[in-house]
Each structure stands twice: as C-alpha cells, then as structure tokens.
Ligand binder design. Structure first.
Ligand SMILES: [Zn+2]
Length: 312
C-alpha cells in the first residue's frame, strides 16, 4: 500500500473543485445541508461531509452511530437514493457523458478527480497500474475505479465524500476489498496514512540463501521501529483484508531477480561502473545506475511504478 501524497496546492484545488461543483449542482436539494445540521445539532455541514478529512469523517460516523434507530433511518433516507445516484450518474461517468457535474465553465467527474490526483499505480496493492486516459477524439477512456473506503451501501452519506473515494485497481476494489468493513480507526486510509512508515518487506529466510533460485521462502511484512500499536493493528488489517501477503508472494520471481542483481552489483561494482563512464556523464551517481538496473526509483517512496516497495 502507498500513500496518496498530495501537495498543498493539489489538495486545495481538488477540495475546492469537489465542493463547489457538487454544492452548486444540488439545486433545491441544497436543503440537505439543513438535514445534516439538524441531525447533528449544527456540529457538521454539507461541506464537512463532502471534503472533511479523516478526523471529521470519523467524528461524523461516531455521532451517526450514536443516533437512535429512528433518527438513523430518517437521516439515511435522504442520502440512500440521492447521493448514490449522484455518484453513479454524475461522478462515475465518462468525460463524454452530458450528465457530468458542471459549474460555470468547469466540468467535473471521476476522470477530472483522478487526473488531478495523478495516481498511476493502485494505492491499495501498489502493484497494478491505474492510469487515467481521457482521449475524447479517439473515444479511449480509462481510469482507476473509485473505491468507497467506508462502504457506500452501509454509509450512503459518504458516497460523495472526497477522502472516501480511493482511486484503486479493479482487482482490489471489486474482487478483494469488495464491501468489507473499513473504518478510519481500523484500517489505513491511503490519503492520510503511510503504510511504508509502518511495515517493510522481508523474507523468512536469509536473502543469501536464495541464490539458487529456490522459491521455497515466504515474503513477510515486518514492523519498522517505534510503530504505535494502533498503526500496527491498522496495517495488519490492511494486509489481511487486501490480501497483500498473498499478492506479494506471487512475485517471488522478482525477489530472486533482485537477489541476483544485488549480488552482481554491490556498492563497489556500481561505483566502479560509474567511474568508468564518468566522462560520458551517463550516470550521476551509483543510485542513478541502481535506478536503471532495478527499473524504478529506488529511493523515491512516492514512486508510481508497479511493486516499488518490494524493491526498496
Ligand atoms: Zn490494487
């Protein structure tokens, strides 16, 4: 799993766009804001629901759970059909669809959202590419699916919440996570949590014992130092519920290739190659060469290649 790292300007841009466009498309249904305010005694607004961060969404969920069954029913009824149909008919559509959200000159849908987020590999598995392509002229469209971190069937009021929409691959969304219960206090959310700060890959056998291309080993996740117990629990839940250990153990061939490469190119031999080509300036340093050999950015935790975490 990788974190969706947004710059401040990216975050501001997408939050403003998401809120402004959806809010101004509500028309008479802007009254939904007063339903939220009445239900939660003016503690939250529609804006909180649409672009609130993990703390705000968690707080809304907690307060919702405390409502009486009747109040829950009355609250849900307003969102069940409306928010989910807005999501399906206006947000999760192709750029050619005339129903896409529009506000002034701005058109907004899942493609605009995914293009702005610029996530090229699935944050859940960090394995499958999730490119966004919108070629209207040639009628070629593809984008990540948007997983509802908090299941939209159970919590329809979060169906349009920006930070509940995780751009992810079809396999993670529809075949692995499905409608499993994920919450901010039980699982890591890629917008706010960094799996890479909590866990790292290791093997149950010493790497040097793998030189005979024997795949009789298991890739395991190991805690990094000074990890809080709550973060460890969340990371373990992600591993279990997203099947990460099973997914990554299907890539033992890559691990064996890396072992071979690391034996063939230790720091000394890398430096020697860099020195040999010093005048040509093909490689800036040994890390540059390492990047070329491993076909990815070895020291860039935000790398959007497939499986980079396996190689770090
Ligand atoms: Zn995935």
């Amino acid at each position: 799993m990788i974190k969706i790292n947004l710059s401040n300007s990216q975050r501001t841009k997408i939050e403003n766009l998401h809120y402004e466009v959806i809010y101004h498309s509500l028309g008479k249904l802007k009254s939904i804001n007063s339903i939220i305010e009445t239900t939660f005694k003016k503690k939250y607004t529609l804006k909180d629901l649409l672009i609130g961060d993990n703390k705000i969404l968690s707080s809304i969920l907690q307060d919702y759970c405390k409502l009486s069954s009747r109040k829950k029913y009355n609250f849900l009824i307003h969102f069940k059909t409306y928010f989910i149909s807005q999501y399906e008919k206006k947000l999760a559509v192709t750029p050619k669809n005339k129903n896409s959200y529009k506000y002034r000159e701005e058109k907004y849908n899942a493609y605009v959202l995914c293009q702005t987020l610029n996530i090229n590999v699935c944050p859940y598995c960090n394995k499958n590419y999730t490119l966004t392509i919108s070629d209207i002229e040639n009628d070629i469209f593809t984008r990540p699916t948007l997983d509802h971190f908090l299941d939209k069937a159970t919590y329809p009021f979060f169906a349009l919440s920006l930070y509940n929409l995780i751009p992810s691959c079809h396999i993670c969304n529809s075949h692995i996570k499905k409608s499993k219960e994920f919450k901010f206090n039980t699982h890591l959310n890629p917008y706010f949590d960094d799996f890479n700060e909590i866990k790292k890959f290791t093997t149950d056998k010493k790497l040097l014992s793998l030189i005979n291309k024997n795949d009789d080993f298991t890739l395991v996740f190991k805690n990094k130092k000074n990890v809080l117990p709550i973060d460890e629990t969340k990371a373990n839940n992600n591993i279990k519920d997203l099947g990460l250990d099973t997914l990554y153990n299907s890539h033992k061939d890559k691990v064996l290739e890396l072992v071979d490469l690391s034996r063939a190119y230790n720091e000394d031999s890398l430096q020697s190659i860099v020195d040999t080509f010093q005048e040509t300036k093909i490689f800036k340093d040994s890390n540059d060469l390492k990047r070329l050999l491993l076909c990815h950015h070895v020291e860039d935790p935000l790398c959007q290649d497939s499986c980079p975490k396996l190689m770090i």
